[in-house]
Design a protein around this ligand. Structure first.
Ligand SMILES: Cc1cc2nc3c(=O)[nH]c(=O)nc-3n(C[C@H](O)[C@H](O)[C@H](O)COP(=O)(O)OP(=O)(O)OC[C@H]3O[C@@H](n4cnc5c(N)ncnc54)[C@H](O)[C@@H]3O)c2cc1C
Length: 308
C-alpha cells in the first residue's frame, strides 16, 4: 500500500526539498547511489570488474526543465565515456540513460532527446561499448521505442527496457526479440493506472515469466533485470530450455541490492551486470528504491529521526 504513496511523493517538489535536506538522508542514499561524481564511481567500476562483474552506469537525473540541462546531461555522459575509455572494459562497462534527462518531456522533446542521446551512443560505440534506454512511465514509451529503432539503424547494439507490469509488453517483446537486439526485462518501477498496467504482484510476476520466455526463445540477447530469486531461477530454466549457453543472456541487479547474489551468480558462470547509479540529482531514483521495499522506508525514517 505504501509503494504508490511514495511514488506520488517522488513527483512532489515540496517532498524533494524536505527529503533532500533531512539530516539522515545521505546515509540511506549512499546505499543505492555509488557516488556523486565520475571520480567517485570509477573505483567502484574497477572493483566490480575485479570481482568478475559487469556494470551499466546511470548518471541520475530526470526532471529537467530546460534544454541547457538536457545538454548538461549529454555532456556528463560524454565525460563518463572518456573515463571508461581509459579503463578499456568494452561492453563490460555500458551505460543506461533516461531519455527524460535528455529533454524528452520538453517542447519538441522527441527530436531533442534523440539529438542529445545520439552523440553518447556514438561515443560509446567508438570505445567498444553501448547504451541501454531505460523505460520510464508509459506515456514516454512510444517515443523511447521510436528513438531506439532510429539509433539501432547505425548502432544495432543499442538496448532498451520493457516492463512486465504493462499490458503492452508481451507485444513489445515479440517485436524486439529479433536477431542482434538487446532487451532488458524488469517488473516496472512507476505508478501506472489500471487501464494500462497490472496492479497485482502475482499478475506482474506471471507476465514477467511470459515475457522472459519470449525473449529467451527469440533471437536477441535477453537481460534479466530483477532481484527476485524465483524469477531468477525461472529465467535460468527458460534459458536452458531454449538451448542458450550461459553467456547468451545476462542477469542485472541494482547497486546496493542483494550484492552477495551478484557475486554468487557471476561465480556460477553467469554474466552479471550491476546497474550503478551516481550523481547529485538522485531524488527520483532514490524514491523508487524506497517504494520497492517498505522496509527501506522504515530504515530511512529511523535514520532521519535519530539524526534530526
Ligand atoms: C538492472 C535493473 C534495471 C532497471 N531498470 C528499470 C527501468 O528502466 N525502468 C523501470 O521501470 N524499472 C527498472 N528497474 C526496476 C524494476 O522495475 C523493479 O522496480 C525492481 O527491480 C524491483 O523488482 P524486482 O524484480 O527486484 O522484484 P521485487 O519483488 O520487487 O523484489 C525481490 C526482492 O529483491 C529485493 N529488493 C527489490 N527491490 C529492493 C529495494 N529497492 N531495496 C532493497 N531490496 C530490494 C528484496 O529482497 C525483494 O524481496 C530496474 C531494475 C533492475 C534490477
Amino acid at each position: 500500500m505504501l509503494g504508490p504513496v511514495i511514488l506520488a511523493a517522488s513527483r512532489s517538489d515540496k517532498m524533494r526539498r524536505f527529503i533532500s535536506a533531512a539530516p539522515g538522508t545521505k546515509q540511506v542514499v549512499d546505499r543505492f547511489i555509488a557516488g556523486e561524481s565520475v571520480d567517485q564511481v570509477v573505483p567502484i567500476v574497477e572493483d566490480a570488474a575485479g570481482k568478475g562483474l559487469e556494470v551499466t552506469l546511470d548518471v541520475v537525473g530526470e526532471d529537467i526543465t530546460t534544454p541547457a540541462q538536457a545538454e548538461a546531461a549529454r555532456d556528463a555522459y560524454l565525460e563518463l565515456v572518456e573515463r571508461l575509455k581509459v579503463l578499456d572494459l568494452g561492453v563490460r562497462a555500458e551505460m543506461s540513460v533516461k531519455l527524460s534527462m535528455f529533454g524528452q518531456a520538453l517542447e519538441g522533446g522527441h527530436e531533442l532527446a534523440l539529438a542529445n542521446v545520439r552523440p553518447v551512443v556514438e561515443a560509446a560505440a567508438a570505445i567498444g561499448t553501448t547504451v541501454t534506454l531505460d523505460a520510464e512511465d508509459h506515456t514516454t514509451l512510444d517515443s523511447m521505442f521510436a528513438i531506439h529503432e532510429e539509433l539501432r539503424k547505425d548502432f544495432p547494439q543499442t538496448g532498451c527496457v520493457i516492463q512486465s507490469y504493462l499490458f503492452r509488453t508481451e507485444a513489445d517483446a515479440r517485436r524486439l526479440a529479433a536477431a542482434g537486439s538487446r532487451v532488458r526485462i524488469v517488473k516496472g518501477a512507476y505508478k501506472e493506472p489500471a487501464s494500462v498496467a497490472y496492479q497485482n504482484k502475482a499478475e506482474i510476476d506471471k507476465a514477467y515469466v511470459r515475457v522472459t520466455r519470449i525473449l529467451m526463445e527469440g533471437e536477441g540477447y535477453p537481460m534479466i533485470g530483477s532481484h527476485d530469486p524465483r524469477l531468477i531461477a525461472v529465467a535460468q530454466e527458460l534459458g536452458r530450455q531454449a538451448g542458450r549457453k550461459l553467456d547468451e543472456y545476462e542477469f542485472q541487479m541494482l547497486y546496493g541490492i542483494r550484492s552477495d547474489e551478484h557475486v554468487r551468480l557471476a561465480a556460477e558462470g553467469h554474466r552479471m551486470r550491476v546497474y550503478t547509479a551516481y550523481g547529485t540529482d538522485w531524488y527520483g531514483y532514490f524514491m523508487r528504491r524506497l517504494a520497492e521495499k517498505p522496509a527501506n522506508l522504515l530504515f530511512f525514517a529511523r535514520s532521519v529521526l535519530t539524526k534530526g
